[in-house]
Design a protein around this ligand. Structure first.
Ligand SMILES: Cc1cc2nc3c(=O)[nH]c(=O)nc-3n(C[C@H](O)[C@H](O)[C@H](O)COP(=O)(O)OP(=O)(O)OC[C@H]3O[C@@H](n4cnc5c(N)ncnc54)[C@H](O)[C@@H]3O)c2cc1C
Length: 347
């Protein structure tokens, strides 16, 4: 059994928020997980690599950071089924698969984080989402201690959403993920930045191009701490979209489900005048208005205050309420922006 350590969190989240963590567990197996959950009598939060997590208070709950590692691979004709432990790093997995000639993940290169967190918000980038390749997840239930296989369809993956953010929120852990990849490469080049590549482009070239675009556009959390896109791109009905586009003819938008349109949260934030602004120790990135950054010693409250200013101004200007993509965690576990803001006001 791995001993719990008390810890500070700066190294455990890409926003580099430094809170006090009463105990940090690093289970390496399902047996370890069972033992920890059985004996634990305190609120806890399941942490991957902390690249989509905001610690909102000076204290966190107990943190459980699963380190279940390893890969197993099964071939079936052109299909490759790869099962990967939740503690593996996502980008290393993408690189491994590309090198082995297992295709489907190239557009998802360089997304920070763990394999286990990838289904939680159905990670996506450059025209591909995890839902395009997810076959199943292995799920450990915190109440029954059962371990079961959930087919991809059961995971209810949608834009930055899944059953793990809803009915199964806080109810268990994804201990492994199985992806269905292919030995046949089919380039997905629909997205800006990839659409100039030739049709016979190689998997290696797409992978490298995605990395190059991401490095040119997004701040590296090692240099400027951040959690990627802080807000989701809002999805609005066609009638709301029609009103907005009449007033803002240059407003970018993307296709969404029938009857809806996806707006660019970064554009809305930029138009509300926030790009590059500094608010105490928190700021909005110079090039990417959707990325909130820790400029040095920001704590959770600083980031929440900035996020609320942005939400208020965007709402005033466009009548659209931005929803955070980042998960908010107070000393009791997962919370949301409204409760976290209320707690800040009361302190
Ligand atoms: C610079 C930057 C760029 C980014 N770009 C993208 C992008 O292009 N596309 C995109 O989709 N996201 C992007 N993100 C967000 C982030 O990479 C993803 O959300 C990623 O999946 C988070 O992984 P993590 O291990 O760091 O999760 P954490 O932040 O540790 O956790 C996120 C959520 O997953 C839960 N969780 C973690 N592990 C498990 C598990 N084993 N079982 C069940 N639940 C678990 C946590 O409880 C929490 O609710 C970006 C982030 C950064 C910092």
């Amino acid at each position: 059994m791995i001993p719990a350590q008390s810890s500070e969190t700066r190294q455990l989240n890409t926003l580099a928020i430094n809170a006090k963590c009463p105990a940090l567990y690093l289970p390496e197996s399902i047996a370890d997980l069972k033992e920890i959950i059985r004996d634990l009598d305190a609120p806890f939060y399941l942490l991957g690599e902390g690249s989509n997590t905001l610690f909102t208070e000076d204290q966190t709950p107990v943190l459980i950071k699963p380190k279940l590692m390893g890969k197993s691979i099964r071939h079936d004709g052109d299909n490759v089924f790869i099962t990967v432990g939740c503690g593996e790093n996502w980008h290393e997995l993408v690189t491994f698969c590309k090198d082995q000639g297992y295709h489907g993940l190239e557009n998802l290169a360089l997304i920070p984080g763990s394999v286990g967190a990838a289904p939680v918000q159905n990670i996506g980038a450059y025209g591909v989402e995890l839902s395009d390749v997810l076959y199943s997840v292995q799920w450990f239930d915190f109440t029954t201690f059962d371990v079961k296989e959930m087919a991809a369809a059961e995971c209810q993956l949608a834009y930055r959403d899944s059953i793990f953010k809803r009915q199964l929120k806080g109810k268990g852990a994804i201990t492994a993920v199985t992806l269905k990849l292919s030995t046949q490469f089919v380039a997905k080049l629909g997205y800006a930045g990839l659409n100039q590549l030739p049709a016979d482009v190689s998997a290696e070239q797409v992978y490298q191009q995605v990395i190059a675009i991401r490095q040119s556009k997004l701040p590296n959390p090692d240099d400027i701490p951040n959690a990627g896109s802080f807000f989701k791109n809002p999805i609005v009905s066609h009638s709301v979209f029609e009103q907005l586009i009449q007033l803002n003819p240059n407003m970018p938008s993307y296709p969404a489900a029938s009857g809806f349109k996806k707006l660019a949260a970064g554009w809305l934030i930029d138009q509300a005048g926030f790009k590059g602004i500094r608010f105490g120790e928190a700021g909005v990135h110079q090039q990417q208005a959707l990325v909130l950054v820790n400029l040095g010693q920001a704590n959770g409250k600083d980031i929440i205050a900035l996020a609320n200013k942005i939400r208020t101004e965007v709402h005033k200007k466009f009548n659209v309420l931005l929803e955070p993509e980042v998960r908010f965690v107070d000393q009791h576990g997962l919370t949301d922006i409204d409760k976290a803001s209320q707690t800040c006001l009361n302190q």
